[in-house]
Design a binder for this molecule. Sequence first.
Ligand code: CIZ
Ligand code: SF4
Length: 321
Amino acid sequence: AARKSELRDEIKQLLKDKNAVLVAHYYTDPEIQALAEETGGCVADSLEMARFGRDADQQTLIVAGVRFMGETAKILSPEKTVLMPTLEATCSLDIGCPAKEFTEFCDAHPDHTVVVYANTSAAVKARADWVVTSSIALEIVEHLDQQGKQIIWGPDRHLGAYIAKQTGADMLMWQGECIVHDEFSAQKLRDMKAIYPDAAVLVHPESPASVVELADAVGSTSQLIKASQELPNETFIVATDKGIFYKMQQQAPHKNFIEAPTGGNGATCKSCAHCPWMAMNGMQAIHNALSGNGKGHEISVDDQLRQKALVPLDRMLGFAE
Ligand code: CIZ
Ligand code: SF4
């Protein structure tokens, strides 16, 4: 415990000395989210992280999250130094959508508007017409559908299916998934609902459709946090990464939050409602990133790629504002 508080104090000092600010995702460990709050950084979803990083006065951003979040920060702020606790923190959606194959898929349907989720590499974004995050995907696809556009959607098939169902848009899907949300089990969730009949069920739309169907509220992380405050229920069953409990509990200390069950058909969970890549963002790793020379921690994006990826990202931010 002594070492922990020492580490925290040293990171605070390093942030000051290096003119750096900590930008953390809701899925990172509670102590990281608390530190970001204490030091004037931000705790947010990927859309808000992008905005915060872009508008921050500090010269250095330290992004606690996964690789695509650091890349997005760098694309929006090439003049800033973007550090990550580890460059190894990736995402199954990013891994499952290699730029070469995705480009071929798009090239085979040249009349389609390409919409990609933020959880992708800079190279995939560079091939897209629009980037979206889960908090704004529905509105953007609705907007495109109203213009009569046919859409290529990638990479999350569950989120894509949810949006297609909500909007009726014509969407060709890339078949990717998030290993964390894909594991939530509708069968077990039904059993849990029977045990807690008064609980509201909150579901992130990266979950399978069978789980989404059981939800009282469906939405992005920020939308689920809002629902947990606004719904009158005392108890919530939450189908998203358990990192989000920090914020939900903070905003509503008297409410009870329960993890939605994972692993159907007798299977045990692999990720168990916590992203293994988000979990790589430890306090020691943050310290290493800030105290080192950038090696192994600094994000760089090829300049040509950066300029191409900036176009659909700016389109999203412009639409959101
Ligand atoms: O699952 C993720 O990585 C999410 C929810 C990212 C985001 O949009 O904040
Ligand atoms: Fe990717 Fe899922 Fe982890 Fe989010 S929670 S970073 S979508 S693997």
